[in-house]
Design a protein around this ligand. Structure first.
Ligand code: ADP
Ligand code: MG
Length: 253
């Protein structure tokens, strides 16, 4: 592939993105391209800017300079993106550390709400899709329940099904297992592993290094708002070239 073809077929392209919170320079000249079907894992210390980076991709955070293109929709600095932002919000699914389910809705209604409201699906189609997705994440038998009646691992799988119901082109995950009891981490990672195997494009912030090694096509190490190193998992975990990556990994592995 030529460089040009590569560039035009990326599903996410960030160019020289800078983000400040007041005086704090949180993202520094971020350049990143993610290809369709790729699984990219972002690692780094707490406060290094990982959440901010992925939140910029679906317009949850404004940035002050640079460009972000998501599947042909361009986000511009200071949040003046209008229609492009709306399209990105419908094409990009996100799963957060706190599951953010609607507490007053049943599991099924949590999953059918956005497709009906945003995509205009009729109830029958939305329910059929919801049941299929809940089956896929292994909780088909919980669809009448309310979020508080489920375990954390089950709630996070509902959140995943809810995001998938919108048929996203890209999935963002921000520490999806960090709020879970240890025994529930595996079931959520299994569902994500399955999704990766099916070819979903995924950008995942996680501290689960074993999972990253197994599932990632590329791992990005973020240090104080900069991309310090990008490499395939075996490279980054076994022979990182950047001293900062080495130092971080020696503390967490
Ligand atoms: P990470 O996800 O890697 O822990 P974040 O992206 O959450 O890091 O935060 C990066 C930096 O930006 C931190 O110093 C954090 O305190 C700061 N920050 C994050 N969100 C806000 C906000 N809404 N207002 C001000 N500072 C923020
Ligand atoms: Mg974070």
């Amino acid at each position: 592939m030529t460089q040009k073809e590569k560039t035009t077929s990326a599903i996410v392209r960030m160019e020289k993105v800078n983000k400040h919170f007041g005086n704090l320079h949180v993202l520094k000249d971020i350049d990143l391209e993610v290809m369709p079907g790729e699984v990219v894992v972002i690692i780094g210390a707490s406060g290094s800017g990982k959440s901010t980076l992925i939140r910029c991709i679906n317009g949850l955070e404004e940035f002050q300079s640079g460009h972000i293109d998501v599947d042909g929709n361009e986000l511009t600095p200071y949040g003046k993106s209008g229609k492009a932002l709306q399209r990105i919000r419908t094409e990009v699914g996100m799963v957060f550390q706190q599951f953010n389910l609607f507490p007053h809705l049943s599991v099924r209604d949590n999953v059918t709400l956005a497709p009906m409201k945003v995509r205009g699906w009729n109830q029958e189609d939305a329910v059929e899709t919801a049941e299929r997705l809940l089956q896929r994440v292994g909780i088909a038998d919980q669809s009448e329940k309310y979020p508080t009646q489920l375990s954390g691992g089950q709630q996070q799988r509902v959140a995943l099904a809810r995001a998938l119901a919108m048929e996203p082109r890209l999935m963002l995950f921000d520490e999806p297992t960090s709020a879970l009891d240890p025994e529930m981490i595996g079931e959520v990672l299994d569902a994500m592993r399955e999704l990766a195997r099916e070819g979903m494009t995924m950008i995942i912030v996680t501290h689960e290094m074993g999972f990253a090694r197994e599932v990632a096509d590329r791992v990005i190490y973020v240090h104080k708002g900069e991309i310090a190193e990008v490499a395939p998992p075996e490279k980054i975990f076994d022979s990182p070239h950047d001293e900062r990556t080495r130092s971080f990994l020696s503390r967490v592995l």
